[in-house]
Design a protein. Sequence first.
Length: 212
Amino acid sequence: MVSAERLLAFAAVSFLLIVVPGPSVLFVIGRALAQGRRTALTTVVGNTLGAYLLVVAVALGVGSVVERSVLVFTALKLAGAAYLVYLGVRAWRQRGALRAAFTGGEPSRGGLRTLWEGFAVGVANPKTIVFFAAVLPQFVDRTQGHVMVQMLLLGLVFNIIAVACDSLWGLAASTGRDWFARSPRRLSLVGGAGGLTMIGLGVTVAATGREG
């Protein structure tokens, strides 16, 4: 099994990746501002399920295919980048819609829909895809056997840290809803900034080489 040293090292690397806000965090914050705490936490659960599906895929051998194939790696990277840009453009175009969420002009999303959208963002997060495909396997001790179990365990550690950090972001954002609600301009700036950030992330991911 995975040694305590490897687990701690992987946890530290995972924390450094997770603590930097990425598309999943921005998505959670946006949902927290628009729909509140419950929706934000449901989105976090969806994100986590999507991320863990990536862990399972890597454990089943997809990670080695991605790691060895420039074509597959590039296709995944560009698909993730395109999805980020799409989300960013949509957020920018709908930056005034957050006001409707506070005034009742926008219907609340159902729990299953919220869960699914969080799952979609989690499973398509290019930062997570690259991390699980290229970094996670390096912490597996193949001399100990049970490689798949080790990967699933490491992935569980990653997701526990992600749930904690993303939930804190969501709770913090939901706490600040009242302040944002008092000003349509603030809401518009939040939506616009989130959209531009996601577009920037998408462009960065698309331009990043294999080593990045």
